[in-house]
Design a protein around this ligand. Structure first.
Ligand code: NAD
Length: 243
């Protein structure tokens, strides 16, 4: 049976790149996104993959997605949670609904995805690997991003807590902290010479990441080479957090 890997946020950016990287190493990939059309577009270009439309804030949606995967592909071995949103705003001005929405997608969505998949892994007794996509903001704050920073700090500690709960079932959980990555989420910043210079000047490697560089870190953490790694935070940030 092939290794089956489920990726959320698969319709764009880091999620789409992760689908491609995992398929290149031979995984059957499940492309999950709230935007079902974009999930399908990724699936169309990734050999052997399937697309599932699902909202990661909706537990029933995720349960349905996982059931579909188990029925169609025979099981689920790896998960990478790339679904996420970023809405900036000074902390004096952020609306409560905005703050809650960011935590709902980024933290609750990561939790519900991991929980649904881990239940299937436990039921099948074959273990598995889960990678949560945090951010360099899991460890370092930036101005004008209180909700996003809080959510990514939450993702980091969520991942560690899940690692403890899931370890007895042979399920590893790790967290990747991408730095500035060239995706639609960061496109406006990177397209603005002044704003992008503020970020690029802080990156020791002097450039944004290609989304595939995040995908390859996820591929490592979901591989047998990482079999004794759980509860770890891996920055993939061009050295930002080293300063
Ligand atoms: N791009 C960066 O510079 C950067 C840096 C650090 C961390 N990250 C994180 O990486 C992850 C992926 O970001 P990206 O840059 O690829 O963004 P992106 O906007 O290109 O892609 C995000 C995807 O998530 C999907 N999504 C949003 N809400 C969803 C929901 N409720 N249910 C299911 N899918 C949903 C979107 O439809 C989209 O396809 C995010 O968690 C983001 O916070 C990005």
């Amino acid at each position: 049976m092939s290794v089956v890997s489920l990726v959320t946020g698969a319709g764009s950016g880091i999620g789409a790149a992760t689908c491609r990287v995992l398929a290149e190493r031979g995984d059957r990939v499940v492309c999950v996104d709230i935007d079902a059309d974009s999930a399908q577009r990724t699936a169309d270009e990734v050999d052997g993959s399937i697309a599932v439309g699902a909202d990661v804030t909706d537990a029933a949606d995720l349960e349905r997605a996982v059931t579909t995967v188990v029925e169609q592909l025979g099981g689920i071995h790896n998960v990478v949670t790339c679904a996420g949103i970023e809405i900036g705003g000074h902390a004096l001005d952020v609306e409560p609904e905005t703050f809650r929405r960011i935590l709902d997608v980024n933290v609750t969505g990561s939790f519900l995805t991991a929980q649904a998949a881990a239940r299937a892994m436990r039921d099948a007794s074959h273990g598995g690997s889960i990678v949560l996509i945090g951010s360099l903001n899991s460890q370092a704050a930036l101005p004008g991003a209180s909700a996003y920073v809080a959510s990514k700090g939450g993702v980091l500690m969520l991942g560690k807590a899940l690692a403890l709960d899931f370890a007895p079932h042979g399920i590893r959980v790790n967290i990747i902290g991408p730095g500035v990555t060239d995706t639609p989420m960061s496109a406006a910043t990177l397209a603005d010479p002044e704003r992008s210079a503020i970020f690029l000047d802080r990156i020791p490697l002097g450039r944004a990441a290609d989304p595939a560089e995040i995908g390859r870190a996820a591929a490592f953490l979901t591989s047998a080479d990482a079999s004794y790694i759980t509860g770890a935070f891996l920055p993939v940030d061009g050295g930002w957090l080293a300063k």
